[in-house]
Design a binder for this molecule. Structure first.
Ligand SMILES: Cc1cc2nc3c(=O)[nH]c(=O)nc-3n(C[C@H](O)[C@H](O)[C@H](O)COP(=O)(O)OP(=O)(O)OC[C@H]3O[C@@H](n4cnc5c(N)ncnc54)[C@H](O)[C@@H]3O)c2cc1C
Length: 513
């Protein structure tokens, strides 16, 4: 099968290097061109573009089936987004649930996804996912991955499921990486898998009949080579590493620089170049806000406000650039809060409060002490302090008259105990005593909502619904909008990436005899 690859693999990857972990910069970049050319001269059963959450399971399962598999990875290491992912995964009908007496099924999972997303997902893909998600969890368990002891839970950070089917390991995304890595290392050592790092796919090779025949990629020396394959899988992640592509695939700017920097939407460009198309952009949704470091974006991330009223009921009021409140600040539904921020100009708002609130309230930012917060008003671009509301409005760019009217209306509601405008119930103090404070918050997404359209065999399709022969895709390149809809549904990025990568190699690719 891939005996010839075995000797080649040893030249550019060793198990010892793998066990050092993702921080290791592997010497692959220095791979001599003749070796790359030797790999390019072969006929592969499967070339996978991208060695992350979707690409690695695909590589493992295809290699285990005896396929000749080559992974082209643009960065200097494998794992992709797993180095920063929350690692939160959802699945129904797992052994973890059975051990805790939790009754669940793929049908109930499907219903819950439909409920949370209000039916905005691609139902066929969600169906394929929920029917296969438990097997992914069971597979990870066999590889040594373990969830936190009290898991599964119903949710964290996102709209909760009705049944506890949500879990992650102690090192979050890295827990998944540490389960996959030794398996990859074994297959490399046995010569059953080949990986080229620092090798960026730039084009797809297409036969005259439209079917895909391989990948052209650029190595670290800038030289290009063709890798011919019976099947090609695009697993290049989202576009959070490229502001222009992110804007194109989300219809919204890339505000925060948090995604894996090598993910620049290349898979979408490759898929489109052979007739594929993008869907899901209309489902873009921002989160309910964070503090960025800079006014220019994409900006580094600075701090997370505690906006979940279950953990910290709000003391501040939230106003948009017009100086108006726009939501019930203590709405228990994170989905409602996210959609409220999405409707604001530039998805931006300010938490406004006064000196008594600063003194009496628990810290507003996760992990920040009161002293840190107080100091930030003299140092941080997003923190403004002023002697009057008019001055606060001037420094923040808010409409001053509206802000003064908004605060007066809120203070009246606070005094009467009845917020007729929005129905907020937690109103411990008025916003009345100078100095006044504002912290600028930005709603943003780190995930890419628009992605390649595929059928239920995960083949990239054209607008007429026909499949482009030999071309598969999985992971965030499919777009968050397809599997999570116009919402953040828990675990609906990482778990489908792992699951669809596995399915492509287990069930869907055709191997050469
Ligand atoms: C901070 C953060 C937290 C998250 N938390 C969660 C969570 O808790 N739960 C959840 O469900 N989802 C979460 N996600 C999303 C989820 O982790 C990702 O959607 C998923 O890991 C993406 O998998 P992937 O295989 O599509 O991409 P990746 O794992 O990023 O892999 C893509 C790979 O393709 C490579 N590549 C890109 N372009 C090329 C090219 N031209 N040629 C060759 N290689 C290329 C990249 O270098 C990368 O290694 C989170 C994301 C982030 C950023």
């Amino acid at each position: 099968m891939s005996g010839k690859n075995a000797s080649l693999s040893g030249e550019y990857f060793s198990k010892r290097q793998f066990l050092k972990g993702t921080a290791t910069t592997l010497a692959l970049g220095a791979l001599p061109f003749p070796v790359r050319r030797a790999l390019a001269g072969q006929d592969w059963d499967l070339v996978i573009v991208g060695g992350g959450s979707a690409g690695l399971p695909a590589a493992i399962f295809a290699a285990q089936r005896g396929a000749r598999v080559l992974v082209l990875e643009g960065s200097h290491r494998i794992g992709g987004t797993l180095d920063r992912s929350g690692g939160q995964m959802s699945a129904a009908g797992t052994s973890l649930q059975a051990e805790k007496g939790i009754e669940d099924s793929p049908d109930l999972h499907f219903e819950d996804v439909m409920r949370i997303s209000k039916g905005t997902v691609n139902a066929e893909l969600v169906r394929l996912f929920v029917d296969n998600a438990a097997d992914t969890i069971h597979w990870l368990l066999t590889l040594g991955w373990k969830p936190l002891p009290h898991h599964p839970v119903k949710g964290e950070g996102h709209e909760p499921y009705q049944i506890a089917r949500y879990q992650w390991g102690p090192e979050r995304g890295m827990s998944v990486y540490r389960a996959l890595q030794p398996k990859v290392a074994d297959l490399l050592q046995q010569g059953r898998l080949s990986i080229l790092l620092a090798t960026e796919a730039t084009d797809l090779i297409q036969h005259p009949d439209g079917s895909v025949a391989g990948v052209t990629a650029r190595g670290p020396d800038g030289g290009r080579a063709d890798y011919r394959a019976a099947n090609v899988m695009l697993a290049t992640g989202g576009a959070g590493g490229d502001a222009r592509m992110f804007q194109k695939l989300n219809g919204a700017p890339l505000y925060a620089r948090m995604a894996y920097p090598y993910n620049r939407g290349a898979g979408v460009t490759l898929g489109e170049s052979v007739g594929g198309y993008v869907r899901g952009i209309e489902n873009y949704l921002c989160n309910d806000g964070g503090v960025l470091q800079d006014m220019d974006y994409p900006s580094p991330y600075s701090a997370s406000p505690l906006t979940d009223p279950a953990h910290r009921p709000p003391w501040e009021i939230y106003v948009n650039v017009r100086g108006e409140r726009f939501a019930k600040e203590d709405d228990p539904s994170v989905d409602n809060r996210e959609h409220a921020v999405l409707r604001q100009p530039d998805h931006r708002y300010w938490a406004v409060f006064d000196d008594r609130i600063l003194d009496a309230a628990p810290p507003f930012l996760a992990g920040w002490s009161k002293e840190q917060t107080t100091q930030a008003f003299g140092q941080h671009h997003m923190f403004t302090k002023a002697g009057s509301l008019a001055e606060l409005a001037r420094w923040t760019g808010l409409d001053a008259d509206r802000l003064i009217a908004t605060v007066a209306a809120y203070n009246a509601a606070q005094a009467s105990g009845k917020d007729t405008a929005f129905g907020r119930s937690h109103m411990p103090l008025p916003v009345a005593k100078a100095p006044f404070y504002a912290i600028r918050l930005q709603g943003f997404s780190i995930l890419t909502y628009g992605g390649l359209a595929v059928d239920t065999s995960l083949r990239v399709i054209r607008t007429d619904g026909t499949a482009i022969p030999n071309l598969f895709a999985a992971g965030e390149v499919l777009g968050k909008g397809s599997l999570s809809g116009h919402a953040y549904v828990g675990g609906m990025s990482l778990t489908p990436a792992l699951t669809f990568g596995r399915l492509i190699s287990q069930r869907m690719i055709r191997l050469n005899a």
